[in-house]
Design a protein around this ligand. Structure first.
Ligand code: NAP
Length: 262
């Protein structure tokens, strides 16, 4: 029997088969969950719908999380289809490409606002919109990059600031929803080649450096993240809430990185 047998899981943020969301969806299916998928807009529908068909997904809904009305509507559609939900995954982030290449000090007001709105506030809004249909014991999770939130990752800029706010939001939501026995956590993944990552200046170098410097000397995959999401979605993590859990080959423990050392 799978670890998520009988659980209804909704995953927001599928763009293509390189997305972290896709790794999570596949791991959830492997463990027996009943999965629903949400994606951003019509442009992505062309990529997402064939993927959803491939896994015979019955609930595939568009939702631009910058729009309150769309969040409300997707929550109503989920209630109508699933009744109750056990796992909610937010795998969404956005910042203008410009903001991720110029110096952080030059971040524009609009760029800051957009990054915070789509990458952070949407997590709060989604959690709130779904809270009335989350079962006791339900698990809510988001994706962060802790090394860019708690320290400086060159070029990550406003996204690092947004991730710090996202991690803090996970803690506040964990406190609010704790009495309903709903857990809220953040998964901090190491760099993975995805569409979103392609927008971060210098990502290729960061990706390579990561594998050289991490204790396990290897990069993280979407399958690795999927397995962590299974743990957080399952009853194995029943008393874990408000945490940022790193899946990064140990990169975050390093205080000094020595170039070229094997
Ligand atoms: P991805 O495949 O590009 O996924 C990002 C998703 O966010 C896309 O599906 C994107 O849709 C969606 N999105 C953006 N604006 C949206 C909006 N207004 N409404 C709804 N959805 C919207 O990249 P990913 O790397 O898997 O990113 C998933 C999460 O993992 C993000 O939170 C990211 O910060 C985090 N993360 C990534 C890495 C990494 O190295 N890749 C590391 C740590 C954490 P569109 O493409 O249609 O805009």
């Amino acid at each position: 029997m799978g670890l998520l047998e009988g659980k209804n899981a909704l995953v927001f943020g599928l763009a293509n088969d390189k997305s972290i969301a896709w790794g999570i969806i596949q791991a959830f299916l492997r463990e027996g969950a009943n999965v629903g998928i949400s994606y951003a807009g019509e442009v992505m529908a062309k990529r997402v719908k064939p993927l959803a068909e491939k896994i015979n997904c019955q609930w595939v809904e568009e939702c631009d999380v910058s729009q309150d009305a769309q969040i409300e509507s997707v929550a109503q559609k989920a209630a109508a289809h699933f009744g109750k939900v056990d796992i909610l995954v937010h795998s969404i982030a956005f910042a203008g490409r410009d903001e991720l290449s110029k110096p952080f000090a030059q971040t524009s007001r609009e760029g800051f606002r957009t990054a915070m709105d789509i990458s952070v506030y949407s997590f709060v809004a989604l959690t709130n919109a779904f809270s009335s249909i989350l079962n006791p014991g339900a698990s809510v999770m988001c994706l962060t990059y802790g090394s860019g939130a708690t320290k400086v990752a060159p070029h990550y800029n406003v996204m690092g600031v947004a991730k710090a706010a996202l991690e803090s939001s996970a803690r506040y939501l964990a406190y609010d929803l704790g009495p309903q026995k709903i857990r809220v956590n953040a998964i901090s993944a190491g760099p993975i080649r995805t569409l979103a990552a392609a927008g971060v200046g210098g990502f290729r170098d960061m990706y390579k450096h990561f594998a050289d410097a991490a204790p396990l000397r290897e990069n993280v995959t979407i399958e690795d993240v999927g397995n962590m999401a299974v743990f957080l979605g399952s009853d194995l993590s029943a008393r874990v809430t408000g945490e940022v859990i790193y899946i990064d080959s140990g990169f975050n423990i390093m205080g000094v990185q020595i170039a070229g050392e094997q």
